[in-house]
Write a protein that binds this ligand. Sequence first.
Ligand code: ZN
Length: 281
Amino acid sequence: MSVYKPPSADLEAPDHDTGRDHPRGLRPRLRFALRRRAAARQLRRPATRREVGTPAPTGPPGRSSSGGSTPRPRATIPYITAREGEVDESFLALRASFSSAGGSRISYADEGWRDRDAQGVLWARVSQSLDEHGVLVGAPRWKMINPARQRETMSQLLCQFCREPARTDEGILFLHSTKAGALDSSTSLRTTQPPFCRKHARMAPDRCSHLAKHGVALLAQSAPLYGVVGTPYRYTADRTIQAMACDGDPVPYGHGDLDWMVASQLVRTLRAFKVVNLEDL
Ligand SMILES: [Zn+2]
C-alpha cells in the first residue's frame, strides 16, 4: 500500500525532465551558446550540489558561501516530486482511538503535533530523502507526489517547483487542464495541484505533454482550503485496521469521513479566477 497519489485528473504531474531553463523564443544558436557557458560555469563550481526548492545547506565545514556572482544551479526536479528511498511509514503505527468529542477515529500510536493539520485531520507519514545538509536527493519518481511537500507548498501557497512564494499582485497562479471542457470563471474549481511561480508556470508545458496540449494558467483572487484527498480506513470485527479503496475524491473539512481517513493531498478551491494563456505569462 502506498499513500503516494498521482495528481488528480485536473492536472498531470511533470512526466519527464527536459532540463529546459531558458525563456521561450531563444534561437537555437543562442541556446547552444548559453548551454556551453553554463557547462563551463558548472565545471568551475565546487562539487557540492544543491537543488532549488530545498533548504540551503547550513554550511559545510571549512567552506565559505561567499562567491558573489555564482549562479544558482539549474533546477530539474520539481520540489513536490517523490524521490527514490521515500517510504510510506503510516500503516504500522495506525490504531483506533477516541476523539475529544467521544467518537472513534484513526490515529498514530506515537502521534505528535505534526501528524494532524489545523483542522485535526491525520496526515500520512512518508519519509523524505534528504542528505546531511537537508537537501533532497534520490532519483525522481515522476508522476508521484510526496504528501509532506504537497501539503507544505499547498498550505503556504509556494511554487510546487521551486518553493518560492506563488502569490503575485494579480492573484495566485495555478495551472489547469481544459480537457474536461471550457472554463467559466464564475464557477469554483477544486485542485490538489499547488500553485506555481511565474517562471515555472511558463516552463510547465515543456515538462508535461498533457499541459502542452490542454493547459491554461488561472490567476485566482481567492483560493481557500477545501479539504483533503486520502486513504479511508475501517476498524474490523477482529479489531484490526483495514485500508479501503480510495476513489480520489476530495473530502471537505468538517465531514465525518475524515475521522477515519489518512490524508495525502491538500485541496483548495479556486474562486474568482482569470484564465490566462501560458504563452502570455
Ligand atoms: Zn517556481
